[in-house]
Design a protein around this ligand. Structure first.
Ligand code: SAM
Ligand code: FES
Length: 348
């Protein structure tokens, strides 16, 4: 397997058959070597910096019904909340005080936030704080809506494709269209956003063949960011009794993505930290270079319950900031509080 990993490291590419061979034969030695090469690549491009994003989970209302997700429409046990524009700006203010220069506004697909409301929120953040980036993660919208948010100042957009296997996608997303999800990613890129795609690891019936499809899709799409994390069951969903994804598999995929897309911004996600106390640190060592600590008010934190056992739900933003900084340092990296744009857009 070392030969294939070297080929991937040198050329940043492998055929689908080669990727599958690698995934099917990942012994301990190959894994170590893969993580080492991914870390080397990340150090070469982004040094030892880890970019920090302040995450604001501003609504847990959602019109969709994804079978894995705790805030799905049919979950009558979810305690729903929405943050006002003022509350969102307060989160940004606290974030700014703590040094954050990127705010990620994430939420369910909630029609309460009309285009005008999102435009107002985005433009108010951009007007209130100097040199900050705003990332939106609010699901599938029309080209026109995406354009309005962009014109209001939104810089980046996260929309995980969730899985590139159409069959698996359809089985998990009642009333949603795989084609539309992919179209949204292309629309966002055309408009000029820094875009983030991504997928879950360990979904029921997901195979290495599916991961190869995810990887080749990402290679073709060339997103600026890729968010991947383990699937974790949530007790009030149809997938409550399924097994969670693993740190091991997630780290293998993080390393493969780092080598296929060397310049990509790659978070070590909260989900990874939730299945293992040292999950995020392991993710960083496997090639990740972003973390997204929570800036949401503690009063609503535990209500954004996408999955069971989510970490950091009781901690104030300042505690999260300190905790993650220590973890990053202990893992051998340095916190970087700048906007942390994709390398191709830095110093422009
Ligand atoms: N509504 C927006 C969207 O669809 O992109 C953003 C919010 S959505 C809740 C954010 C991400 O959470 C999803 O893209 C999905 O990958 C992840 N997620 C949802 N349920 C999960 C679970 N049970 N385990 C792990 N990740 C989950
Ligand atoms: Fe809201 Fe999936 S349940 S987007």
């Amino acid at each position: 397997m070392k030969r294939l990993i070297d080929k991937l490291y040198d050329s940043n590419n492998l055929s689908s058959d080669e990727l599958l061979l690698l995934l099917n034969n990942m012994d301990e030695e190959s894994k170590k070597y893969l993580h080492m090469k991914a870390n080397e690549t990340r150090l070469h491009i982004y040094n030892d910096k880890v970019y920090m994003r302040g995450l604001i989970e501003f609504t847990n209302y959602c019109k969709n019904n994804c079978r894995y997700c705790g805030i799905r429409r049919d979950n009558k046990d979810a305690s729903r909340y929405r943050l006002s524009k003022e509350e969102i700006l307060d989160c940004c203010k606290e974030g700014y005080r703590l040094g954050y220069r990127t705010y990620v506004l994430q939420g369910g697909e909630d029609a309460y936030y009309t285009d005008d409301k999102i435009v107002d929120i985005v433009s108010s953040i951009k007007a209130s704080f100097e040199d900050v980036a705003v990332t939106l993660s609010i699901g599938e919208k029309s080209y026109e809506s995406y354009k309005k948010y962009f014109d209001a100042g939104a810089d980046r957009y996260l929309l995980r494709h969730e899985t590139n296997s159409r069959e698996l996608y359809d089985s998990l997303h009642p009333d949603m269209s795989y084609d539309n999800r992919i179209k949204c990613l292309h629309d966002l890129k055309d408009i000029g956003y820094q875009i983030g795609a991504g997928f879950m690891i360990g979904l029921p019936n997901q195979t290495n063949e599916d991961f190869v499809q995810d990887l080749t899709f990402l290679k073709k799409l060339q997103p600026h960011m890729v968010g991947i994390g383990p699937f974790i069951p949530q007790s009030d969903t149809p997938l409550a009794d399924e097994k969670a994804g693993t740190v091991e598999k997630t780290c293998i995929l993080l390393s493969l993505i780092r080598l296929l897309l060397p310049e990509v911004l790659l978070p070590a996600t909260t989900a990874l930290g939730s299945i293992n106390n040292k999950g995020r640190e392991q993710g960083l060592k496997a090639g990740a270079n972003v973390v997204m600590p929570n800036l949401s008010p503690t009063s609503v934190r535990d209500k954004y319950a996408l999955y069971d056992g989510k970490i950091c739900t009781g901690d104030e933003a300042a505690q999260c900031r300190n905790c993650i900084e220590n973890r990053i340092k202990m893992a051998g990296y340095e916190v970087d509080m700048s906007r942390g744009d994709h390398i191709s857009l830095q110093n422009k």
